[in-house]
Design a protein around this ligand. Structure first.
Ligand code: NAP
Length: 260
């Protein structure tokens, strides 16, 4: 079923490179006819994201560090100029200090804890507040989460706590914004080797473990996350809000797996 997003304007935050989950989502959106705005964080990323945006035929690329309120304001004014109506926003952003993803969780510093919460959870609230007035005809807000929110995954640590917070934010935002026809959902993706994931100690072992235990006996393909995002962004999911959709080869249903 092509063109599920024809006529929709989508904003995607979190494309760092072609391995980013946000890139797979943006590519799936373009395939389905959406017109796209991408953001990048800081000048260091500008050229890379502009090149990726050109590949995707994105109409606009804007600087946006989600911890800087003035950059969010600029983003919204830029969107108002280019596409006054926004239909979809994808938040595919997370950050924690590397040392907090490799040692015991009990060692997490106050600053490290707050940083992970600010970038990985609060930013969804800030971006939703900034862009929801542009969703005059209703809209769909998506974020990316991980099973470490509800289960202990070794070394995921402070990011697991931030994801628990993010998932609670999804529910509260869904409750607030539903009356405006704006839906808020998350995709809980299985582990994928991206730049962020490489920062987690022993991540390769996580990939091996999941592939041996998950019902589908393989890891998640970013394109599967892109296709699930198309569903949540499109009118096919018009009755779905406040939901966490697992795209993880079924791993989250397993209790004890002995592999095969
Ligand atoms: P990624 O390619 O490294 O994407 C993370 C993005 O967050 C990057 O574009 C990064 O920008 C951006 N970011 C960090 N701090 C920011 C800030 N202050 N302002 C704006 N952007 C900021 O890694 P990814 O794996 O695709 O991660 C995307 C999302 O998927 C994250 O929420 C992650 O937790 C989630 N997720 C990932 C997996 C996985 O296994 N990979 C599984 C489940 C969920 P810079 O590169 O410029 O810093």
């Amino acid at each position: 079923m092509p063109n599920l997003l024809a006529g929709k304007n989508a904003l995607v935050l979190g494309v760092a490179n072609r391995w980013s989950l946000a890139y797979a989502i943006a590519a799936a959106f373009v395939r389905e006819g959406a017109s796209l705005t991408l953001t990048y964080q800081g000048d260091r990323q500008r050229q890379t994201v502009e090149e990726l945006a050109a590949n995707l035929k994105a109409s606009k690329v804007v600087s946006c560090d989600v911890t800087k309120p003035e950059e969010l304001e600029n983003l919204v004014s830029g969107l108002k100029e280019s596409a006054p109506r926004l239909d979809v926003m994808v938040h595919s952003i997370a950050y924690a200090n590397r040392e907090d993803l490799s040692r015991a969780f009990v060692e997490t510093s106050r600053d490290g804890f707050l940083l992970a919460q600010e970038v990985s959870a609060y930013s969804l609230v800030a971006v939703a507040r900034a862009v929801s007035p542009l969703m005059a005809n209703g809209g769909s807000i998506l974020t990316l989460t991980y099973l470490g929110s509800t289960r202990v995954v070794q070394n995921y640590n402070v990011m697991g706590v931030a994801k628990a917070s993010l998932e609670a934010c999804v529910r509260y935002l869904a409750s607030d914004l539903g009356m405006h026809g704006i839906r808020v959902n998350a995709i809980s993706a299985g582990p994928v080797k991206t730049a962020s994931a490489r920062g987690i100690k022993d991540f390769s072992k996580v990939l091996e473990g999941v592939a041996s235990i998950a019902p589908l006996r393989r890891n998640t393909d970013p394109a599967e996350v892109g296709d699930a995002a198309v569903f949540l962004a499109s009118d096919l999911s018009r009755g779905v809000t406040g939901n966490i959709l697992y795209v993880d080869s079924g791993f989250q249903i397993m209790g004890l797996g002995l592999g095969a």
